[in-house]
Design a protein around this ligand. Sequence first.
Ligand code: CUA
Length: 335
Amino acid sequence: MRRLAPPASISLLFVLSGCSGEQSILAPASSDAGGVATLWWGMAIFATAAFLLVIGLLAKGIFVSRRRGDARPLTRSQAWTLVVSGGIALPVVAILIMIVTSLTIGGDGPAGADGRKADLTVEVTGHQWWWEVRYLDDDGNPIATTANEIHLPVGREARLLLKSADVIHSFWVPNLQGKTDMVPGTTNATWLRPREAGTYRGQCAEFCGTQHTFMAFLVVAQPPAEFRDWLTGQAAPASAAQTETEARGLEAFLGGGCADCHTIRGTAADGTRGPDLTHLASRRTLGAATIPNTRGHLGGWILDPQHVKPGNHMPPSQLPPRDFQALLDYLGSLE
Ligand code: CUA
């Protein structure tokens, strides 16, 4: 077999790498996303078939007929038939079929939500450049607040209320649902019903400033019992500092300016400009899924947030080394 030339093999690699994984419309993990994937395949197959047909006719005209010497111009009526059927009727029918199918699948949107009943309601607010996530009770009061990581029970209907605190963002979890814009001053809705447990990556899909590309999040779909345990944990206030170092860390947090922007429930820290850190250590990533949540990355982030995400609103820390290490101990204890 001939080996593919490098550019061809590289582009094939990119094409194929889009077919699986935690952020792909071609690896649907919900029936909503299944509809989108089916639509995608239908369009791709139809477009490929139309392309091959046109190229085939062209090749026949150029190579076959000419070589056989029987090339002859079409009669006027043959030409008209070809133009009307292949140039007008076929595209009109094909486009109508695709419009109807895509309107049926994505049309008035998941927000239309005919007959869907929410098992839980989650309010997600887009900020430059992170996601605030609040779980609401039946009366719309918050049960728990977290950031950049949305946990959901498998097989349950989650209604997501989508808002923005600044500019237009777009909420997109390719494996679970199509995109929904988050528009300042209004609340949109979308529905997520994962059918299998797993971690799916979401991404802001509307340009919203310099760090748009790094405005990501994770959706963790869990068995319902596991989800309930998680939510109970998130609803609780932060555990008190257990050691002297942790207590020193909390003091550094409160005195070092962190509390002006961040909340840690159960302490005096009640800032709201940045993510709620009450259970920071339970999260998998930092900086809206930009870096893994390890002590080293957390330290690097606090010392120089502009290095990781240039333009974000967090200033660098000025803490003396001992306070800084104590702060990392304390934040690491916030399970
Ligand atoms: Cu938020 Cu792009």
